[in-house]
Design a protein around this ligand. Structure first.
Ligand code: ATP
Length: 602
């Protein structure tokens, strides 16, 4: 019932939906009576013609023609209503497809990032793909279809009861085995889909590995195509065979319906003939036709009702699935988001005893981390692979909720700052930043889309990151399209892409700038340039950057040294070198490498 209400509320949101509901209701009422009316008219025509043949009364023929005309008119009217209804069904469905897909995408785009680490979340989302509008419309459509078939059943039952009750009983009893089978089949269909979703996603993933541009190089180099293709094929065929099993059951059910109809026809006709022979009832040729047609129609309506009920059950399961997905985590992301950050920051960032793990019960990735960053300070985070540097910045920028300990930005608990404000004030460029297949101008302006037309500023930040000279000599300069998947564009080297990403970060308005290995793909000279002018680049912003090249961390006001999820040291380069501990060992190990180079031994 709840699902039906939800479907109605989605459909009635706009005018097209309202017209569709009204038309479907009219169509259901009209079409509910039409089968019996048509049977009745045909019976009358048979009787009129039979009488005309017997008595030779010419006006009976005329009467029969009028009845025939009425028959045609009703059929035409039914067709017109059906046509209008179909037109509005498509219109409503297409509108709903857009609106619901919009809601789904919006929800996913705003969901906590931690959801993306949960396979079930992806399975759930993947299950909801396809024509969402059609699936939401179905419960309402089925309700009106029930109304139509109920009217049809009632009219035929009333008519047949006037002949003999056994005819009604015959039609009802014959449907019972099919009803049970149909319900079982619906459950099998829904749960097959449910359990097959992970497999379906795996098949799509393998297809993506084999066909996406970004994978092509590695797949060729390792000669992986056959291996992956075989894997894809095995899983594809597995899934196809499961689906085929359900389809076979469905076909058997249809066969059952056909056999059932034939048997009922046989039984009804024989019963009628036996009753007539025993002088149990008497009727005209028109009656005979009408009774046989009524039994068949009644049985057809029962089968339809049965199939509609199971569809209602199935479509309700889909709507609940949709509702559950839309409900999840919505509250969490908005619950306490109430405060905003002032400009400029006066208190900086305070991290107090922060511990974090990806999911409940999982091993902590950060443990008891505490430090402070003053406004305008430049901070480097260093440490071995997997020591928790990226995770720390993900928590710092509010991508993952803080479960143990606290993070304060400008004195406000991060959980209480509005997400929108957090995004506005903090700019982040991750190692795996997005390479948008848009123009260079858009790629940079994504840092602050409101200023997309400010070409002067776009060009200024590009000069700072050293990519301007390259762009300036391109035929279309900042309008040059990047990537060549969508249109014929140019591709950039890893370092050039990184300069674009860095320009994007500088173009943003954020007071805090976070860079995860911002120069890892750049050549040593470009990197040196960036860090020599780092002060000018980030000016008075608070800057946090991760780097594996410790020579770079020297420019920082403070260095945080991470090891296995713990903050083991913090201080300036000089302070940490004096301590001769973790940072010192790492720095010396890297320095040695360069010394050897210099002496020519390496
Ligand atoms: N989304 C995730 N789900 C589960 N575990 C994760 C996730 N992301 C990272 N981890 C784990 O957290 C630990 C820290 O990873 P993190 O990316 O923070 O390290 P890092 O110091 O930035 O490493 P690197 O220098 O290699 O980039 C690793 O053991 C990693 O396996």
């Amino acid at each position: 019932m709840d699902s039906l209400k939800k479907s109605f509320s989605f459909i009635l949101r706009n005018r097209t939906g309202k017209i569709w509901v009204a038309l479907t209701a009219i169509a259901a009422l009209f079409e509910g009576f039409v089968p019996f009316i048509l049977v009745w008219i045909t019976k009358s025509i048979f009787d009129l013609v039979a009488k005309a043949l017997r008595t030779s009364q010419s006006d009976l023929y005329l009467h029969a023609i009028w009845m025939l005309l009425l028959f045609v008119l009703i059929n035409l009217l039914a067709a017109a209503i059906r046509f209008m209804n179909e037109f509005y069904t498509q219109k409503t469905q297409s509108r709903l497809d857009h609106d619901l897909e919009y809601l789904l995408i919006k929800k996913v785009a705003n969901d906590p990032i931690s959801n993306f680490d949960i396979p079930d979340y992806h399975n759930h989302f993947s299950r909801l793909q396809g024509s969402v509008g059609n699936k939401i419309i179905l419960p309402v459509q089925n309700i009106f279809a029930t109304l139509k078939q109920t009217i049809s059943c009632v009219t035929f039952i009333c008519y047949l009861t006037t002949i003999h009750w056994s005819l009604v009983l015959l039609a009802i009893v014959s449907c019972i085995p099919l009803i049970v089978m149909q319900f079982k089949l619906v459950r099998v269909r829904f749960f097959t889909n449910l359990y097959q979703t992970p497999l379906f996603r795996e098949i799509n993933y393998l297809k993506y590995l084999l066909t996406a541009r970004e994978n092509v190089k590695e797949i060729r180099i390792f000669g992986l195509a056959n291996h992956l293709l075989n894997k894809w094929s095995e899983k594809y065929l597995n899934r196809a065979s499961e689906i085929l099993k359900v389809q076979t059951k469905q076909t058997m059910l249809k066969l059952g319906v056909e056999i059932n109809s034939a048997l009922i026809y046989l039984l009804a006709t024989s019963t009628l003939l036996l009753m007539t022979r025993a002088n149990f009832i008497t009727f005209s040729i028109g009656d005979f036709f009408a009774i046989i047609q009524s039994v068949q129609n009644l049985q057809h309506s029962f089968n339809e009702l049965n199939s509609i009920f199971s569809k209602i059950y199935e479509s309700n399961m889909y709507v609940s699935d949709f509702q559950n997905f839309m409900k999840n985590d919505q509250e969490k992301s908005t619950q306490r988001d109430i405060k905003t950050l002032s400009q400029p920051l006066t208190k900086g960032i305070v991290v107090d005893k922060l511990s974090f793990s990806y999911g409940q019960g999982k091993t902590p990735v950060l443990e008891n981390v505490s430090f402070e960053i003053k406004p305008g300070e430049k901070v480097a985070i260093v440490g071995a692979n997997g020591s928790g540097k990226t995770t720390l910045i993900k928590c710092l920028i509010g991508l993952y909720p803080v479960s143990y300990g606290s993070i304060y930005i400008n004195g406000i608990d991060i959980n209480e700052i509005s997400k929108a404000d957090l995004r506005k004030n903090i700019t982040v460029i991750f190692q795996d930043f997005i390479k948008y297949h848009f123009s260079i101008r858009e790629n940079i302006a994504i840092g602050n889309v409101d200023a997309i037309s400010n070409l002067d500023e776009i060009s200024r930040v590009s000069q700072l990151t050293g990519i301007h000279e390259y762009i300036n000599v391109l035929p279309d300069q900042y309008e040059t399209k990047l990537g060549n998947v969508l249109t014929e564009g140019i591709d950039l080297s890893g370092g050039q892409w990184q300069k674009i990403a860095l320009s994007r970060a500088l173009f943003s308005d954020g007071q805090i700038i976070v860079l995860d290995e911002p120069t890892s793909s750049m050549d040593p000279l470009a990197e040196l340039d960036i860090f020599n002018s780092f002060e000018a680049l980030v000016s008075e912003k608070t800057a946090i950057f991760i780097s594996h090249r410790l020579a770079v961390s020297r420019i920082a006001d403070k260095i945080l040294v991470m090891k296995a999820g713990r903050l083991v040291e913090q201080g300036t380069h000089e302070e940490l070198m004096k301590k001769e501990k973790e940072y010192y060992s790492m720095f010396m190990a890297q320095a040695k490498w360069y010394e050897k180079d210099k002496s020519g031994v390496a």
